[in-house]
Ligand binder design. Structure first.
Ligand SMILES: Cc1cn([C@H]2C[C@H](O)[C@@H](COP(=O)(O)OP(=O)(O)O[C@H]3O[C@H](CO)[C@@H](O)[C@H](O)[C@H]3O)O2)c(=O)[nH]c1=O
Length: 342
């Protein structure tokens, strides 16, 4: 059992890409926190990404669904949860086009279940009656995709109107709004962060960068949707973790903060960069880039994402530390280890 001296925080979706980078970072930085990781282990969850913290007395993994109200309520009372950082979500846009229902279930209903259980649990505590939430915060991890798409210019700011285009982004926009409503209606202590495209170790194979590396090493076609000129704003995952940490601890209640790398690349530039690193590290007769294959575009494909992160920079002192050259090199190294050595 956890030490009662410590504050216990519930992290959902901790076996996913961002969560499994965040938990080890957070446990190391805050020795006075216990962490419960609630994750249902869908195809995208991988406990081997948390091998480094397995067995730690301040860490407990629970396999379960955020939509399961009974389980969620049990976890709140059993562990006396005093904060939530909510990562759990269906996250892949292509899947949401084929099968939107599970996105609504997990991202909308799941977030509601968790939020409502947190609200009821904290509201009934004696400390709440006396002094309010006392640091019992609900932090929702969200995405810049809620803002829709940009043309060649402009940046997403926190006051950019929501205009989600895919079932995935619509489900995240909905869950952001539900979180917002619990702050406005019940005064709950909430914060939302909306991030741009993360890259780094532990990302699921389905995403663009792992797909490029895996297919290149297998000698199979690297599929690029449409004309390959779609732009994403790439953010190193540990810079994102640091932004979450700052927003969780110091962000103003009820606010949302955008976190982005100011690192815009077209998808074709990403293919170029990753393939040239592979040419150096694992040379073969032909250039890896020759495997590039332009394929049918994604339905409703957003053209450009780019974030104005000045709010979190000015208010909370955040900045992206990793530069893309070193970040992408570390990422490629990690996947070489995964795809070749393992
Ligand atoms: C998998 C794949 C992707 N693409 C394109 C589609 C996008 O323009 C770009 C990046 O695709 P993805 O890696 O799927 O990521 P994207 O759709 O931008 O969404 C990511 O970034 C979002 C933040 O912006 C997160 O909220 C999402 O959960 C995350 O999946 O590459 C290809 O051209 N070929 C591919 O095989």
């Amino acid at each position: 059992m956890f030490s009662k001296q410590n504050k216990t925080i519930l992290i959902t979706g901790g076996a996913g890409f961002i969560g499994s980078n965040f938990i080890p970072y957070f446990l190391e930085k805050y020795p006075s926190y216990n962490i419960v990781n609630l994750d249902v282990l869908t195809y995208a969850g991988d406990l081997s990404n948390l091998g480094e913290i397995e067995g730690l007395t301040r860490y407990k993994f629970i396999k379960g669904d955020i939509c399961n109200r009974e389980l969620v309520e049990f976890i709140f009372s059993e562990y006396d949860i005093r904060g939530v950082i909510h990562f759990a979500a269906e996250s892949h846009v292509d899947n949401s086009i084929k099968n939107p229902g599970v996105f609504i279930e997990t991202n909308v209903n799941g977030t509601f279940t968790l939020l409502d259980a947190a609200y009821k649990y904290w509201m009934e505590k004696p400390f709440y009656v006396k002094t309010g939430y006392q640091g019992c915060r609900f932090h929702h991890i969200s995405t810049d995709e809620v803002y829709g798409t940009l043309g060649q210019t402009g940046l997403f700011r926190e006051d950019t109107p929501y205009a989600p285009n895919s079932p995935y982004s619509a489900s995240k926009a909905s869950s952001d709004m539900i979180v917002r409503s619990y702050h406005e209606t019940y005064g709950m202590d909430t914060v939302i962060t909306n991030c741009s495209n993360n890259y780094g170790p532990k990302q699921h194979d389905e995403k663009l960068i792992p797909t490029i590396i895996r297919n290149a090493l297998n000698g199979t076609a690297i599929p690029i949707y449409g004309d390959g000129q779609n732009i994403r704003d790439w953010l190193y995952v540990l810079d994102h973790c640091n932004g979450i940490d700052l927003a969780y601890h110091n962000g103003r209640s009820g606010e949302s903060y955008n976190i982005g790398g100011r690192n815009e690349r077209t998808n074709l530039q990403i293919v170029d960069k990753v393939c040239s690193l592979l040419d150096q590290k694992v040379p073969r007769e032909k250039r890896y880039k020759d495997l590039l294959m332009m394929v049918e575009d994604r339905a409703g494909h957003d053209r450009r994402y780019a974030i104005d992160a000045s709010k979190i920079e000015k208010e909370l002192g955040w900045k992206a530390d990793e530069n893309f050259e070193s970040g992408i090199e570390k990422t490629v190294e990690w996947y070489l280890e995964k795809y070749i050595v393992r």
